[in-house]
Design a binder for this molecule. Structure first.
Ligand code: AMP
Ligand code: AMP
Length: 372
């Protein structure tokens, strides 16, 4: 255990996030690590977030999209933002990047994540297997999934059986941007990772499989009864279920995480991707992982594991959610005077007047950082 005298105490700092998505997990984790916590919520959510003892403070804004208007108020405090899916869903990429509030993570990665073609380049350069992509409708020679740009939580995805089916059902999409991807039949496994810029270590935190409506319900109706009933599968995420992976697949899952982090340093040097991220895969009957997407921050499937997962239990003797792991990283950075290693470079946080954070990379095995 390192000396607490090495830097400011977490209690002097606020961890803040938008009240939605995985905010409860993030703020509970922040409280457990000794931080002051702040939720920025819409009127609809105010009573809910105030009902939790670990939420110290609530600021109400009319809509999530108004969040950037709080910037100067937030910047007056010793406050660190922890982003989650709602930051991407409700703020534009520009707004997101323009904010100067201290921010856990590297915003440079957003450019590589937000654009599906660049994302594909990233994952392919990392050596990961991806579903085949079709650029022209007449090339479609197998079942495909048509994914609209900017779709959230699988909404608006279309399963298309062949080229004729595409012409019949997807021609109305011409005006919109979308990608056509080979439909991979298998189990969707979402792997949640954490990469520590302080220790250079990667951890698998947890895993989930998504539960999607209505595709996951089709098996409840016998095929014979589906005949003549015009049902199209849809992929709207409704919830998440825990899953543990065959242990013989775990090494590959770990290597995929390492490869993505390594490649990200080439794409957005020098720091690349750090903190929480998720690889969204489909695993086929041949036990092959196909990568659908990468999410460069905490994902909602981690909410299943607020009190830890079987995987985090292997690394920690205490409940360690991804939200708490983020707070632990920020705490370790504070205690080792290396806060800038975990914040985006746009950040303007000053520890105290005249003190600038140490820019040297110091690997500090702080409290609870696994030794594996
Ligand atoms: P929300 O605040 O619930 O609207 O979520 C913000 C963004 O995160 C949206 O794009 C959602 O589709 C996505 N999201 C929320 N919950 C989940 C979940 N359980 N699994 C995957 N994505 C989610
Ligand atoms: P995504 O938005 O990429 O996370 O995908 C949402 C859901 O759509 C996934 O959980 C899958 O159920 C489905 N999906 C996406 N891409 C594919 C694919 N290439 N093959 C089969 N299903 C897919």
């Amino acid at each position: 255990m390192m000396s607490k005298a090495a830097g400011p105490l977490p209690s002097l700092f606020t961890i803040a996030t938008l009240g939605s998505h995985s905010a409860l997990q993030i703020l509970k984790g922040a409280k457990d690590e000794g931080f002051h916590t702040l939720a920025v919520v819409t009127p609809h959510n105010e009573r809910l977030y105030k009902s939790f003892a670990f939420v110290d403070e609530v600021i109400v804004i009319p809509r999530y999209g108004d969040f950037p208007k709080l910037e100067s108020e937030l910047n007056r405090r010793k406050l660190i933002l922890v982003p989650h899916g709602s930051f991407v869903a409700y703020l534009s990429l520009d707004e997101h990047k323009r904010m100067r509030t201290p921010y856990f993570g590297n915003k440079a990665v957003l450019d590589w994540e937000a654009d599906r073609m660049r994302q594909r380049e990233w994952l392919t350069r990392a050596g990961l297997r991806m579903p085949r992509q079709f650029t022209k409708a007449d090339e479609i020679d197998r079942p495909v999934i048509v994914k609209l740009y900017g779709a959230h939580g699988g909404k608006g995805y279309l399963f298309v059986k062949n080229a004729d089916d595409f012409a019949a059902r997807a021609s109305h999409l011409v005006e919109q941007r979308y990608i056509i991807q080979e439909y991979v039949l298998g189990v969707p496994v979402y792997i949640h990772y954490f990469y520590s810029p302080l220790t250079g270590k990667l951890e698998i935190m947890s895993m989930d499989r998504r539960y999607e409506s209505n595709v996951d319900s089709l098996g409840r109706i016998p095929l014979a009864s589906q005949e003549g009933w015009d049902i199209s599968p849809s992929y709207v995420v409704i919830g998440n279920q825990p899953i543990s992976l065959r242990e013989s697949l775990l090494a590959e899952a770990f290597e995929m995480g390492e490869a993505v982090v390594r490649t990200s340093r080439e794409l957005c040097p020098p720091r690349g991707l750090f903190g929480a991220f998720c690889l969204e895969t489909i695993v086929t009957p041949e036990s092959q992982f196909f990568l659908m997407e990468i999410s460069a921050r905490i994902v909602a499937g981690t909410n299943l594991f607020i009190d830890g997962s079987p995987y985090s239990y292997l690394n920690y003797d205490e409940p360690m959610s991804t939200g708490r792991r983020i707070a632990r990283e920020i705490k370790n950075a504070l205690l080792s005077n290396s806060l800038d290693l975990v914040l985006d470079q746009s950040s303007r946080l000053r520890l105290d007047a005249g003190a600038t954070p140490d820019t040297a990379a110091v690997a500090v095995p702080g409290p609870g950082v696994p030794t594996n």
